[in-house]
Design a protein around this ligand. Structure first.
Ligand code: SF4
Length: 366
């Protein structure tokens, strides 16, 4: 029976680690599948043995959990993670040279996979993500609308595509490669992804990655520790806070004008105006206060004169945020307000407002 333990392999570069890992896991998967088939045949034969000296039900029990009944849907998926996409491309190329032809899928970001010219043109990852989400919700990206139909195309399901092939095929079939890869993931035998998709819980959630029962391979694992550190770290610069503050000031000003206008309109029994943002002035002002308090709390941190910076316990970040009223209790209502403001700003016409600071803050709080 399978032992379900972790293994660490160390071997010099160029000794064939990748190929070993790929072939052994894929072979094991096939063995697993054969075992299930053998059991099913045995059940149908109703006790009649094809080979009396070797009962069918005993075939390949090493691959599965012995006597526990197993189904084809129990065959574990393989998750193959490496540091970068270019490393994954090399792994996928090695796979192409083997006899195995599993269904594969490679996960990437919108920045790498989006083919919508209007969204691609946006500067910064945040804006691209935001604009894409809006388009997906309104079903106004035709590349997205084609995904459902195209995700059953044999050419796309059965070919072994790296990230570049995915973009090429997405363009060819006029289907969004980003959502295509997410859809191919459902049926994939092996899923390739950079570490951060696997190690960052937010990313796992957004890609709907369930690790339960999977075989996880971390290639180049000496980089993992650093990546874990990075995935739970963030930087928030004075520029980010200033940009967030500017955006909030504009929203406050515009909303105040609407309130003023409505006071006049109400007096003359005229229809009330709306800015499209359904928030009270006080709630917007509260966000501004939080930003100011956060700025003050950061400013108040005493730095040594030699410019070496300070290092504190990890839990210190919660104390710092609490000084700006950002706590586990206020988190969800704060995020909701930020989301409303960001949505309002993205749908607003006229002068461009930089929302990167607000986006960053929202990500950090999340
Ligand atoms: S759905 Fe795909 S192609 Fe359309 S904007 Fe989003 S990532 Fe880009």
């Amino acid at each position: 029976p399978i032992k379900k333990v972790n293994g660490i392999l160390e071997s010099p570069t160029g000794t064939g680690k990748t190929l070993c890992l790929l072939c052994s896991t894929l072979a094991w998967r096939e063995h697993f599948k054969d075992t299930i088939s053998a059991r099913k045949i045995a059940q149908r034969m109703n006790g009649v043995e094809l080979f009396p000296d070797r009962p069918v039900s005993s075939w390949g029990t090493a691959a599965t959990d012995g006597d526990v009944p197993t189904y084809y849907t129990d065959i574990p998926k393989i998750i193959y993670a490496s540091r970068t996409h270019s490393q994954l491309t090399q792994v996928i190329n090695e796979l192409k040279n083997t006899v195995y032809r599993p269904k594969i899928c490679v996960l990437g970001s919108r920045e790498q996979l989006c083919i919508n010219p209007e969204v691609k043109r946006q500067e910064g990852n945040h804006m691209q993500i935001y604009m894409c989400r809006m388009k997906v919700m309104a079903r106004s990206c035709h590349f997205y609308n084609n995904v459902e139909e195209k995700s059953t195309e044999k050419e796309l399901i059965e070919s072994i595509m790296d990230i570049e092939d995915l973009v090429k095929n997405g363009n060819k079939h006029r289907a969004c490669p980003y959502y295509l890869s997410r859809s191919l993931k459902q049926q994939a035998d092996i899923i390739f992804m950079p570490y951060n998709y696997l190690l960052d819980s937010k990313s796992r959630k957004s890609h709907n990655l369930d690790l339960k029962g999977t075989v996880v391979i971390l290639d180049e694992a000496h980089n993992v520790e650093k990546l874990c550190e990075e995935s739970s770290s963030f930087d928030l610069t004075p520029y980010d806070l200033a940009s967030a503050m500017d955006a909030i000031n504009i929203v406050l000003e515009e909303q105040a004008k609407v309130v003023q206008q409505n006071e006049v309109n109400a007096e003359f029994n005229m229809e009330l105006a709306s800015s499209g943002l359904n928030m009270e002035l006080e709630d917007i002002a509260k966000i501004k206060k939080i930003l100011l308090q956060l700025e003050n709390a950061i400013d108040a941190v005493k730095l040594p004169p030699n410019g070496s910076g300070v290092t504190k316990e990890g839990s210190y970040i919660f104390d710092l945020f609490a000084e700006a009223q950002i706590t586990f209790q206020t988190k969800s209502s704060l995020l909701e307000s930020l989301e409303q403001i960001l949505q309002f700003l993205s749908g607003r016409t006229g002068i461009f407002i930089n929302t990167s600071g607000l986006h960053k803050l929202s990500d950090i709080i999340q």
